[in-house]
Design a protein around this ligand. Structure first.
Ligand code: ADP
Length: 263
């Protein structure tokens, strides 16, 4: 419950009374709690069957040469996707439990970004999009390389999903006094100004996107933001509806910046 009170006076300064307003925020708090509980319960429910699926896929792969080559290929694809799903479940459980963490080490992020770009390149081309990597081929920074790759992959995947045939995507990175800046810009559908502050919320999807055929559940940016926050950094978004969107991650480097230290 939020309570607001204000004393009122009439024109000649005499006390007229007090206005007290009560705002019941219980439902809002309960709704947010319900989302957290749902996320956590669903994640837990996914864990056991996923472990079983992965176990049997790995057992099947061990049969190796007794399987036709293309069947081995299919099982390998299924295993890779099951691993991705397992990673998603573990990340969501960790974020909900407040135990999500990163392990920054000195990394050549030029290479990390080139790898992320080349894996997105195929998907972008298939969607009729032009992807360009402007990041320097070599750039040393203290980051968690696996988590940075995951964050960049999430942003590139969105830049592909929320784009239009013939559109383009640009990846860029630079190092300055504030830290390492990694930028993913697209010429896609854009985001309405009123929705900009919500895109990092769990389960948020723009209403225009929800009714389209673009798949998603609204968890990618939550994970991306967690990765950046755990580096002591920040992520910002600017967008022009119908023109495009730009996400910028700023990761402060040891002895640099004011955004905090990696935690
Ligand atoms: P998902 O893509 O699974 O819906 P995300 O958390 O990655 O979840 O993104 C949340 C929402 O933010 C998307 O559903 C979409 O409405 C919006 N969004 C994210 N990235 C972009 C982008 N590059 N261009 C336009 N909208 C975007």
């Amino acid at each position: 419950l939020s309570i607001f009170s204000h004393s009122m006076y009439d024109d000649d300064g005499g006390f007229a009374g007090t206005v007290v307003s009560f705002n019941d925020v219980t439902e809002l708090v309960l709704a947010l709690q319900a989302k957290d509980d749902f996320l956590s319960n669903v994640s837990h429910e996914f864990r056991t069957p996923l472990t079983s699926i992965l176990g049997y896929l790995e057992l099947s792969l061990e049969l190796g040469e007794s399987l036709p080559e293309d069947v081995t290929g299919y099982i390998e694809v299924a295993r890779r996707n099951a691993v991705r799903l397992e990673q998603l479940v573990e990340d969501l459980l960790a974020i909900n439990a407040g135990t999500f963490e990163v392990h920054p080490v000195t990394t050549d992020i030029g290479r990390t970004l080139a790898e992320a770009a080349s894996s997105a390149y195929v998907r972008a081309s298939r969607a009729g999009l032009h992807l360009v990597n402007h990041a320097p081929s070599s750039l040393k920074a203290v980051v968690d390389p696996i988590r940075l790759a995951q964050a960049v992959d999430n942003l590139l995947t969105n830049a592909i999903k929320y784009n239009r045939r013939g559109g383009s995507i640009t990846l860029d990175a630079s190092l300055d006094d504030d830290g390492v800046r990694v930028e993913v810009a697209d010429t896609g559908i854009g985001i309405e100004a009123a929705e900009l502050h919500q895109v990092f919320d769990r389960f948020f999807r723009s209403p225009s996107v929800r009714t389209s055929a673009v798949p998603g559940v609204g968890l990618g940016l939550l994970i991306t933001k967690s990765i950046v926050s755990e580096h002591g950094g920040s992520i910002t978004v600017t967008s022009e509806p119908g023109q495009g969107t730009c996400f910028t991650m700023l990761l402060p480097q040891p002895g640099q910046g004011t955004a905090g230290s990696p935690g």
